[in-house]
Design a binder for this molecule. Structure first.
Ligand SMILES: *Cc1c(COP(=O)(O)O)cnc(C)c1O
Length: 322
């Protein structure tokens, strides 16, 4: 599987302690995994998925990659960058109408050469296949929302191998991993990787979205990837719904809505550690982690790791909120 990758990022991404925050939340040792530093056009977790997805697009002789998301989609921005590197034409289907000024991820996707289609505000399922037919006879490769299928998730199976090697080298044991979960590929990949590489760390995925973007619930989407993944990777375990942990205490505000909670998390990490979170995903997940640590729910003395999944460019779109 591993040679089925197209090189796009710099790995391993660093792991280091958040020393000031570990003093503030003195019951815990807090670490961070820097997937915001994957190196692809300002980084993020989608780089890992795209190494597999772009490889497959090239293997299938695709002329075009098509994917979809919000206007501030980090996935779309990293896909645009990956296509630039691989020399494939990139088409992005973004929700909403064309704004007067391009900001944040939208600006970067444009600069990276993607062809952008605005799909309007109706909630109708965006049809990627319709665009693919329109662009024929050029051959297109469709990447689902967030790159979350088994191919993309393989990037996070590998990430567990990377993590295990790093922890061994740093002589470090992690008890809990916090992460933002939205389209599920990151979580599914990590779960498969934990099985495959025999690593025993509890995941605490913070659910970001209030409503589902697809027809499937997030649990169902993750389970689907897990089932396919077990078959492909020869994992004997049979996952079921109760294996899929999702903390739903922090998604009261709709997707992309910045509240005092995300702002608090962004300010806290920026001012204490010089690290920037994003308003949509990591801001929300980091707030969840802070809140859980404050409540002392987890065993005292635990080593916790925040998996920073990136998203920096989206901050600029929210300038007026700060
Ligand atoms: C896409 C994204 C996530 C969520 O990852 P999924 O695999 O979609 O669950 C988290 N953080 C950032 C910054 C992202 O762009």
């Amino acid at each position: 599987m591993t040679n089925h990758k197209y090189h796009l990022g710099f790995f391993p991404t660093p792991i280091h302690q958040l020393e000031k925050l570990s003093k503030i939340y003195s019951n815990y040792n807090i670490y961070i995994k820097r997937d915001d530093q994957t190196g692809l056009a300002s980084g993020g977790n989608k780089t890992r998925k795209l190494e597999y997805l772009i490889r497959q697009a090239l293997d299938k002789d695709s002329d075009i990659v098509i994917t979809a998301g919000a206007q501030q989609s980090n996935h779309c921005r990293q896909t645009a960058a990956a296509c630039a590197v691989a020399g494939i034409e990139c088409h992005l289907m973004l929700r909403g109408t064309k704004p007067e000024i391009y900001q944040g991820n939208l600006l970067l996707s444009h600069l990276l050469g993607a062809k952008i289609h605005f799909t309007g505000n109706d909630k109708k399922e965006i049809d990627l296949k319709t665009l693919s037919k329109k662009l024929a006879p050029k051959k297109s490769y469709i990447i689902p929302y967030g790159g979350s299928n088994i191919t993309g998730a393989m990037g996070f199976v590998d990430a567990v191998k990377e993590l295990k090697q790093q922890l061994n080298k740093q002589n470090l044991k992690i008890d809990y991993i916090f992460l933002a979960s939205s389209s599920g590929g990151t979580q599914a990949g990590l779960m498969l990787g934990m099985e495959l590489y025999n690593l025993d760390i509890k995941l605490i995925p913070i659910k970001i979205d209030k409503s589902e973007t697809n027809d499937l619930s997030l649990e169902e989407a993750i389970l689907k990837i897990l089932t396919t993944g077990c078959r492909l990777l020869n994992i004997k375990k049979e996952f079921n719904r109760s294996d899929i942990k999702l903390n739903k205490n922090y998604n009261q505000a709709e997707y992309g809505v910045l509240t005092h909670r995300e702002k608090l998390a962004i300010n806290e990490l920026a001012k204490h550690e010089g690290i920037l979170l994003d308003p949509v995903y990591t801001g929300r997940a980091f707030y969840g982690m802070m809140d859980i640590l404050k409540q002392k729910i987890l065993q005292s003395g635990s080593n916790v790791l925040f998996w920073h999944t990136g998203g920096l460019p989206a901050l600029f779109e929210y300038a007026k909120d700060f």
